[in-house]
Design a protein around this ligand. Structure first.
Ligand code: PLP
Length: 382
């Protein structure tokens, strides 16, 4: 039996799955801040900075509220839905993957009447169809994921946002994957509430949701059915704030803005271009419509006869690299490889490709020449 007084065994891992990604070292240092009381001198300024940084990263208007919700990103999504949906309200959800299903579940749990527009996995929702449905019969809330981690697809939002604005429909968007890794512009796209987490492209740990709410969304907040996830209450209370998490968020967002939004998006694009060049150089295929591929996760089709889980396990055990399986209809058919935050860089891409080449070769997959993936990635990085 294990001795409970022995130190825990925490393996070193390169987290290149669907998130969390490895946090930035400086963010982990900030996480070690003592849980001081919220009225400690200087903390109010940190909260003010967090609000300003949030508005900048989401590209939200100066009138928007920027809130933190303790818990996983889902707590932010649930708080948004609990605060916007009243029993019987119609909620139109665009679904093109697992996290669109989550929006449907949350809306239904909070009494909404859910109407769905589905797209095949690998494609975004057709914006024209969603626009038509919104214009014909405006719902209380339209909800959609910006970049669905289960399919690696990016959803165009501009036309959907414009239709919502024209019909006074509230628009909720999950930007958990996309924020910090590609353009998110909630002001220009007329997004009323956007929700993210720290653990993907922002370089932080899981445990805090970030959320922006436009003035009309704030006016529309109801008390909701949830005592805890009530955004009207969370906007004013300091009681549940985890001070170490707020410091971690502050540091992560400072690092994002010091790098600059556009350079950061370019870094994510460059890392995925390098990864994809390597994948293609050894004859692997990518899943989904390439026109809509997100830059922070790459779905790779498992070659015929290859043991999907066995490859992941070997990559983990021999190389200390984690990639992820897929959900639903893609389970067993694709690997999901993330290049998010601190791992959107050439060394992480090369470690992954080197490991993958070695594992695939040991399992009989062949291509010429050996090392082609690593070489192609270096050439693509430039
Ligand atoms: C697009 C998207 N939305 C929501 C979530 C849920 O995030 P969390 O696990 O922090 O609740 C995830 C997590 O992978 C995600 O990728």
């Amino acid at each position: 039996m294990r001795d409970p007084l022995a130190p825990p065994e925490v393996p070193r891992r390169l987290l290149m799955g669907s998130g969390p990604s490895n946090p930035e070292f400086r963010v982990l240092q900030a996480l070690a801040t003592s849980p001081l009381p919220a009225d400690v001198p200087g903390f109010e300024q940190v909260l003010t900075d967090v609000t300003a940084l949030c508005r900048s990263i989401f590209q939200a208007s100066a009138e928007s509220a920027a809130l933190t919700v303790p818990g996983a990103s889902r707590s932010g999504l649930e708080a948004a839905i609990a605060s916007l949906v009243r029993p019987g309200d119609r909620v139109l959800v665009g679904v093109y993957g697992h996290f669109g299903e989550l929006l449907c579940t949350l809306a239904a749990r909070h009494g909404g009447t859910v109407e769905r527009i589905d797209a095949d996995w690998g494609q975004p929702v057709d914006p024209d169809t969603m626009v038509r449905r919104i214009r014909e019969n405006p719902p209380r809330l339209a909800a959609i994921v910006h970049a669905d981690t289960s399919t690696g697809v990016l959803q165009p939002l501009e036309d959907i946002g414009a239709a919502c604005r024209a019909t006074n429909t509230l628009l909720l968007v999950d930007v958990v994957l996309s924020l910090g890794g590609c353009e998110v512009n909630v002001a220009d796209w007329n997004v009323n509430v956007a929700v993210a987490g720290l653990q993907k492209c922002l370089g932080g740990p899981p445990g805090l949701a970030l959320l922006t709410a436009s003035p009309s969304a704030q006016d529309a907040f109801t008390g909701g059915e949830s005592a805890y996830l009530d955004l009207r209450r969370l906007a004013h209370t300091r009681d549940e704030l985890s001070i170490p998490m707020v410091f971690a968020a502050h540091e992560a967002m400072r690092m994002v803005m010091n790098e600059g939004l556009a350079p950061r998006w370019q870094r994510h694009q460059r890392a995925s271009d390098a990864l994809r060049a390597g994948i293609e150089a050894i004859g692997l295929e990518r899943f989904g419509n390439p026109r809509y591929h997100v830059p922070m996760i790459t779905l790779v089709e498992v070659p015929d006869g290859m043991d999907e889980a066995g490859v992941r396990q070997q990559l983990l055990e021999q190389h200390g690299i984690e990639i992820m399986a897929a959900f639903g209809p893609l389970r067993g058919r694709v690997w999901r490889i993330g290049t998010m935050g601190t791992n959107a860089c050439l060394p992480s891409v090369l470690a992954l490709l080197g490991g993958l080449e070695s594992v695939l070769h040991s399992r009989g997959f062949r291509w010429q020449p050996r090392g082609a993936a690593v070489d192609a990635a270096i050439a693509a990085w430039g």
